[in-house]
Design a protein around this ligand. Sequence first.
Ligand code: SAM
Length: 288
Amino acid sequence: MTKLFREKLSRVLSSEELAKVYTSFDIVGDIAIIKTQNEDNLIEQAVATQIMITHKGVKTVLIQTSPILGDFRVRQLKLLAGENKTLTKYRESGCVFMVDVEKCYFSPRLLGERSRIASLVKPGETIVNMFAGVGCFSVIIAKTVVDCLVFSIDVNPVAAQYMKENIRLNRVFGKVIPLLGDSKEIIKVNLQGKADRVLMPLPEKALEYLPYALCALKKHGGWIHYYDFQHAVGDEDPVEKTKLKVAEKLSSLGAGYVWGGSRIVRSTGPNWYQTVLDIQVISLPNKF
Ligand SMILES: C[S@@+](CC[C@H](N)C(=O)[O-])C[C@H]1O[C@@H](n2cnc3c(N)ncnc32)[C@H](O)[C@@H]1O
């Protein structure tokens, strides 16, 4: 929440009510999504109204009523103000995306990370995006790098449908190949030994699916971008904690590797962080 927004809110809420308001919201296209720390519907309504006054482009304000859940990583949302809809058009890095924010996972907070990964891809590369959602990483890479091929996998049929739509909207047909299904199965059957680079933007499954990321890489190896959620307190370094866990797994699998750039992507709660490790795999296990 910006200082200005907080100031405006303080004109309609008491300081006690203001303290209860959850301090952040996301804007995806013309939809704002807020969280609240209290049960008071009047406060939620006041925040929603203020968002619509302050952000002229916002047509709908939704409130998240469940955590992000299940294999599809989706959440329940309730209408607070404006048009009753969950589908919106979102713009990022010169690309446009249709996103249903209730039926598909989506976070605008990965904007910097998507553009960082796109900047690492070299012309001629083949990429496997194991958990692609509506295709943001895949489309942005394909738009940024003239000559590349991205196999873009998601298990959620609705996300895969919007991925196809986003490929069409951004004219990257033939450069991004949309694939519906479990990335583990798709890699085993169709994509063994094909990739220069593998993206694993699903922290909850990354460790379990690491053998399949290795399996997708070309014989001489390549890059894996590994995402994690990590708890860290005091002097603990969330990136180093992620490295320890992943190093153990890679060693047990018999892969040779060196660390590339690794960093905290964002903070996700008190003492919780999303981390990313760029791993250069230099030798693959003898068998998977
Ligand atoms: C955190 S989201 C990825 C978001 C996306 N990379 C982006 O930038 O918007 C994780 C995605 O993985 C998908 N998923 C979960 N399990 C999967 C699996 N076994 N194979 C393929 N996709 C899977 C979910 O449906 C969800 O869309």
